[in-house]
Design a protein around this ligand. Structure first.
Ligand code: ADE
Length: 352
């Protein structure tokens, strides 16, 4: 790797970063707590989507203490729409560890950071380098793409051995400005060395050393070995309302979307004719059934292909709902207190 990221190339990269970096809220601080929150939010999530969540999160949880003691439902509400909710639960768990084991002060070494819940090699490297200037690598998907193209490597970037090898090699090349180097690599991958055939090599400070630019390989690199196809689940979503209340179900505390509230839904696609009979099995009498537009949501390992119905039920229901975790919630309370994941975003507009 050092033939590509030699000292001169690293200097060019750092200069480029100084002149071209985006002004992002988490780049205005060296507070390890704030950098940690930003790096967790930025996993799998676009910068523009993260910005409002980051601001709101820090208003509610400005430090480790407030995060460690935030009630679960409030935390889920703060994270509502960002997805991958285990990230939020791990943040809270890690904050509790920081209180108990580190006296409330964020740890200052890569190893101690790495030991916290939800902090892997990348995040520990990002916090250690950006907040403390420690010369450790932080290799995310952006950086893997830059490194694969720079070296003209056809190795599978999803292979942990490839990443580990590049991490070892990169470690030796990190300049004293470790935080800027980390951010420069990420920024290059996010704004110039972008995926999907749109690389902007003419803007790249490393183009003189880049094999992919020289050999016109940016469209084929990086290589990712094919993943197992996602399982497809057909689901029927039921928006069950009685005029003043709407049915929501709390999901089990383990697994996909653990502990969040969802619109009641059943596996398989039910026809409109089947809905009244199904509702009777869970204790409701349907007065009116209206089909809504179908929608899809893609999770890491599964895709939900949803059809949906808006269902009016009789207003006198006060018995036990026949579906696991179901409650009838006053419509005026829906938005305040219940975090409904974005898997249902095609239908939350009906919750008014
Ligand atoms: N993606 C991951 N970390 C980032 C950062 N610090 N700035 C911008 N995008 C990022």
């Amino acid at each position: 790797m050092k033939n590509y990221l030699h000292t001169g190339a690293v200097r060019e990269l750092l200069l480029w970063y100084q002149e071209n970096k985006r002004d992002l809220p988490w780049r205005r601080t060296r507070d390890p707590y704030r950098i940690w929150i930003s790096e967790i939010m930025l996993q799998q999530t676009r910068v523009e989507a993260v910005k409002p969540y980051y601001a709101r999160f820090l208003e509610v949880c400005p430090n480790v203490e407030t995060l460690a003691s935030i009630p679960e439902e409030r935390l889920m509400k703060l994270w509502e729409g960002l997805g991958y909710y285990s990230r939020a639960r791990n943040l809270k768990r890690a904050a509790q560890t920081v209180l108990e084991k580190h006296g409330g002060k964020m740890p200052t070494t890569y190893e101690e950071l790495r030991a916290l819940s939800g902090i892997g090699d990348y995040t520990a490297g990002a916090i250690a380098s950006i907040a403390y200037g420690i010369r450790v690598p932080a290799i995310d998907g952006n950086v893997l793409r830059v490194l694969a193209r720079l070296q003209g490597s056809h190795e599978d970037i999803l292979n942990p051995k490839v990443k580990a090898k590049w991490r070892d090699e990169l470690r030796e090349l990190i300049p004293p400005e470790a935080g800027d180097f980390t951010q420069a690599m990420i920024e290059l991958g996010a704004t110039v060395c972008v995926p999907n055939g749109e690389a902007k090599c003419h803007l790249c400070p490393l183009r003189g050393d880049c094999v992919a630019a020289r050999d016109a390989l940016t469209d084929v690199l990086p290589v990712r070995a094919a993943k197992k196809p996602r399982r497809i689940e057909k689901r029927t979503v039921l928006i069950i309302r009685d005029g003043t209340r709407t049915a929501l179900c709390k999901r089990p505390s383990k697994g996909l979307l653990a502990g969040l509230y969802e619109l009641p839904n059943v596996l398989g696609h039910l026809s409109a004719q089947e809905i009244p009979a199904y509702l009777r099995t869970i204790g409701f009498e349907a007065l009116h059934v209206e089909a809504l537009v179908p929608s899809k949501h893609i999770f890491t390992h599964v895709e939900w292909h949803m059809i949906a119905y808006a269902i009016r039920i009789t207003p006198d229901f006060d018995g036990q709902c026949g579906m696991e975790g179901m409650q009838l919630i006053e419509n005026r309370d829906l938005h305040q207190n219940y975090a409904v994941p974005s898997a249902f975003s095609a239908y939350t507009k009906y919750l008014v």
